[in-house]
Write a protein that binds this ligand. Structure first.
Ligand code: GAR
Length: 200
């Protein structure tokens, strides 16, 4: 089984979808650790009655980004994590961390990249006036949401959408797409060739 480490900062609904996929046998992986940079994150309480280890590494207790990331990397290594999964992790990782886990960090983004990278992707989509948005699972590289794309799914933007209603519709799709992308990785079916990810 591939050991995955999940980094999350908030609600943790994507983590929940991953846990559910493992429990139902759709994803053959083991969660070695859930790490949150935020001591108040709902994601930590969500895992409280499971046997999944949770660790809080509070960014404010470190004097630099690199020291914080070194602590996160250390924890992932102790838990023998082979794939780092970002699930609502709201910090930008530096090249130092990305180099340590090169090609082994996945992220989900609530837009069809390369459209609307960065924060508030759903709001950006509404403000731009697109009729279709969606979500993207991709590998992380040094850029902001620029790494090789693994899977994408389109979601319609409706006339009377607000940020909340659009976010919810996209989130529903995220919960299906992320476990699917992880399963492809764990089955050894993803081949990265430059920018392109081939699914075998
Ligand atoms: C998700 O919509 C995810 O795509 C987004 O944060 C939410 C986390 O929800 N991530 C980003 O915007 C990354 N830039 P969750 O904590 O319930 O999984």
């Amino acid at each position: 089984k591939t050991v995955i480490g999940v980094l999350a900062s908030g609600r943790g609904s994507n983590l929940q979808a991953i846990v559910d996929a493992i429990e139902s046998g759709r994803l053959d992986a083991k969660i070695g650790a859930v790490i949150s940079d935020n001591p108040k994150a709902n994601v930590l309480t969500r895992m409280a009655d499971t046997d999944i280890p949770t660790v809080c590494i509070d960014r404010r207790q470190f004097s630099s980004r690199q020291e914080f990331e070194a602590a996160v990397a250390e924890e992932l290594n102790i838990r023998h994590v082979e794939l780092v999964v970002l699930a609502g992790f709201m910090r930008i990782l530096t090249p130092y961390f990305i180099e340590r886990f090169r090609g082994k960090i996945m992220n989900i983004h609530p837009a069809l990249l390369p459209a609307f990278p960065g924060e508030n992707a759903q709001q950006q989509a509404l403000e731009y006036g697109v009729k279709v948005s969606g979500c993207t699972v991709h590998f992380i590289d040094e850029g902001m949401d620029t790494g090789p794309i693994i899977l994408q799914e389109a979601v319609p933007v409706l006339e009377d959408d607000t940020v909340d209603t659009l976010s919810e519709r996209i989130l529903h799709t995220e919960h299906i797409l992320y476990p699917r992308a992880l399963a492809l990785y764990c089955e050894g079916r993803l081949q990265v060739e430059g920018r392109r990810v081939r699914i075998e």
